[in-house]
Each structure stands twice: as structure tokens, then as C-alpha cells.
Ligand binder design. Structure first.
Ligand code: SF4
Length: 362
């Protein structure tokens, strides 16, 4: 299939792997930020083809994984509220809260519906004026424009029974948080191509300069990742830092300016709790005051909840690249995809689920 097969050619992969082996002279640690990239690396065995000097660690770029437990509990409470239709992408439905997940809320009688777009949720609100329709707005900058569009349209059309439970997060502050950690071991980053399709990569340039790290915007196919790893290692070996773009077929420096404009009209940057990591300054998006009527937390007066994570789960260390999933004592024993203790095991983009699925460290 064109545009897929051409980025999976074995012969080209072998050439890139050989070039990486010729290039590397000392140990390096690189982080791929995005959970989709984690899965491609493990599925295609890239981690096993690299020289032993190269360590790939997996970053916090799985939106399901970093959505706080408290917000999942709030989502479940909303789903069980009479008169509410709670809508979400499918990947949040099985994420465990403190007591069950959204699917179990549905089994208890909650009106939980999977949608493919926040605009579907908005249409549902228009068709059901006697109900309150809430959309679980989870994701990185990739999903923010569509969520902004749904809220913007709701305001324009005067739809009063639509709101979002907002869990939008931003990548650059998380990268800075990792680099600011005194125990940080990451020396170069593969930035997530789809986020940069929206945001461009101008936001990463000051970070690369300040911390003197190479950041390579990278796509999701095996050849993309091998090339992104090669470019990062080349910069490291040559003592260079800065931002480079491997994903030129989709990403421009300025990104999608129209999408950014809409996002900025509806959302503003806020501090946000990331599950497993804690408070990330500037790490989230919240609705601007002009759109606060669409904030489900305000509309339903949701109070802060006290939650407690499994004491066995070390998701925070995994999401910051300090440990691998198999270093968690619960991995593959107390914690499996059938019985996940933490979000990185339940999410299809989670590092723990990827290690389990592809048999690493079992
Ligand atoms: S294996 Fe399970 S318990 Fe361990 S870090 Fe991953 S999600 Fe948490």
C-alpha cells in the first residue's frame, strides 16, 4: 500500500540499521515521546536491532496514561448522573478509575457512548435537548483543535446542553520537566510527528537551545523511527543540538496555523496534573473564561476527589524514562492487560502494554 509499505521496506531498514551501527561510538540514551512510536519500535523490533550502546526509553506521550485518576473518577461520576449522556473516544472506556471504569458505569445504567469525534458529541446534544451531553476531551495538542471546534460551534449555535470534561495536555512542558530532573538520563528526543503536524516545532527550539539537546521531529513508521534515531545519534556524536525535522512529508516549522488560532481562541495554557508525574507547569489547556459555560467541572460543580493509586505502580518513573516496564515488580504478574493496575498497561499506547504485548522482559 502506497504511503505505508514505502516506509516499511526491509532493505531500507537494514541500510539505516547498518548506518547506525557504523555511527555509534559511545553510550547514548534517547527518548521517543509518543506512545504510538513506542509501539512501532517494539512491534518492528527496532529496539533489538540497535547497537548495545543505544538505550531507547519511553516518554509520557500517551494521553490515556497521563490523565489523572481523579478525572477518570469524575468522568465515571458524571456518567452515572441521571440525565447525562457521557461521550468519549473508545480508548478511555476501559481505563480503571478508583472503582471500576466507564464501561462498568454503563453496565450500572449510565448512558456512556463511544464517539469518533467531539463534533459527534455536539450533534448528540442537538438531538437530545432534554439531556446534558458531556465529552471527555483527552489528548495532546493533536486532539485540541477538534475539541476547540466543538466548543466554538456549541457557542456559535447556542447549544446549551453540551460541555467537555477537559484533560488536554501539552508536550513541551513535559520535555522540560524531564530535562530539569537532576537524575535525568535522556540525551536526545524523538518528538511526536502528529503533535508537530498541528503545532509545528518552533516551541521546541528554545528547549533544545536551553538544554543543549537534539530533538528530532519523527514520524511513526519503522523507517521514520530508524531515520529519526539516526539523526538524533548523529547530532549527539557530532556534539550538536537543536531541532531537526525527519517528518518533512507532514510537518512544517510553523505547523497548522489555522488550527493553532482556533485552539488559542478557545483554550488557554494552564498548569495540569499528569498521572504518575505530578503537576506540570504549563502542561495543560483549559477553556478560556469566555467559554467556561462549556466546562463540565463548573457546570456540574464537580468537587476535588481524593484518590489513591496502586502502591505497586511505578508508572511515573516509566513515563519519565527512568525505568523500563519490566523493572516494575508487578509487570506481567499482578499487572496485565486483563487486570491492569496502572494506565500504561491498559492504554493501547502505554509502554507497559507494549512490553507485555511484544514479550519484552516477560
Ligand atoms: S506494569 Fe502495571 S503496575 Fe507496573 S508500572 Fe506498568 S501499569 Fe504500573
Amino acid at each position: 500500500m502506497k504511503f505505508v509499505d514505502e516506509y516499511r521496506k526491509e532493505e531500507d531498514a537494514r541500510k539505516l540499521v547498518s548506518a547506525i551501527h557504523r555511527l555509534v561510538t559511545k553510550p547514548w540514551t534517547i527518548m521517543e515521546v509518543c506512545g504510538g512510536q513506542t509501539h512501532t519500535i517494539l512491534k518492528s523490533g527496532i529496539d533489538r536491532l540497535l547497537p548495545p550502546e543505544v538505550t531507547i526509553v519511553h516518554g509520557p506521550g500517551c494521553p490515556v496514561c497521563v490523565t489523572p485518576l481523579e478525572l477518570i473518577d469524575k468522568a465515571i461520576n458524571l456518567a452515572l448522573t441521571p440525565g447525562v449522556i457521557f461521550t468519549s473516544f473508545g480508548d478511555m472506556l476501559r481505563v480503571p478509575g478508583s472503582n471500576g471504569d466507564l464501561l462498568s458505569a454503563k453496565a450500572q445504567g449510565g448512558d456512556v457512548r463511544m464517539v469518533y469525534s467531539p463534533l459527534d458529541a455536539l450533534r448528540l446534544a442537538q438531538k437530545n435537548p432534554d439531556k446534558e451531553v458531556v465529552f471527555f476531551a483527552v489528548g495532546f495538542e493533536t486532539t485540541a483543535p477538534a475539541n476547540a471546534m466543538a466548543v466554538w460551534q456549541a457557542k456559535k449555535l447556542g447549544v446549551k446542553n453540551f460541555s467537555i470534561l477537559c484533560a488536554q495536555v501539552r508536550v513541551p512542558p513535559a520535555i522540560e520537566l524531564i530535562l530539569n530532573d537532576p537524575y535525568n538520563m535522556v540525551q536526545g528526543f524523538l518528538a511526536a510527528g502528529h503533535v508537530c503536524t498541528v503545532m509545528g516545532y518552533w516551541e521546541y527550539e528554545p528547549i533544545a537551545e536551553k538544554y543543549r539537546v537534539p530533538i528530532v521531529v519523527t514520524g511513526f513508521e519503522p523507517l521514520d523511527l530508524l531515520q529519526g534515531i539516526y539523526m538524533t545519534l548523529k547530532a549527539l556524536e557530532e556534539g550538536r543540538w537543536g531541532v531537526e525535522n525527519q517528518y518533512v512529508r507532514s510537518v512544517r516549522r510553523e505547523g497548522n496555523v489555522q488550527a493553532q488560532k482556533l485552539m488559542n481562541e478557545v483554550f488557554q495554557i494552564c498548569d495540569r496534573q499528569w498521572r504518575g508525574i505530578g503537576l506540570v507547569r504549563g502542561g495543560g489547556l483549559a477553556l478560556r473564561p469566555e467559554f467556561s459555560e462549556f466546562d463540565a467541572e463548573e457546570r456540574f460543580g464537580l468537587k476535588e476527589l481524593t484518590v489513591s493509586e496502586s502502591p505497586l505502580c511505578i508508572a511515573g518513573e516509566i513515563l519519565q524514562g527512568k525505568k523500563k516496564p519490566y523493572e516494575c515488580p508487578a509487570f506481567g504478574r499482578d499487572c496485565t492487560p486483563e487486570h491492569p493496575l496502572g494506565a500504561p498497561m491498559v492504554s493501547s499506547e502505554g509502554a507497559c502494554a507494549a512490553y507485555f504485548q511484544y514479550g519484552r522482559g516477560l
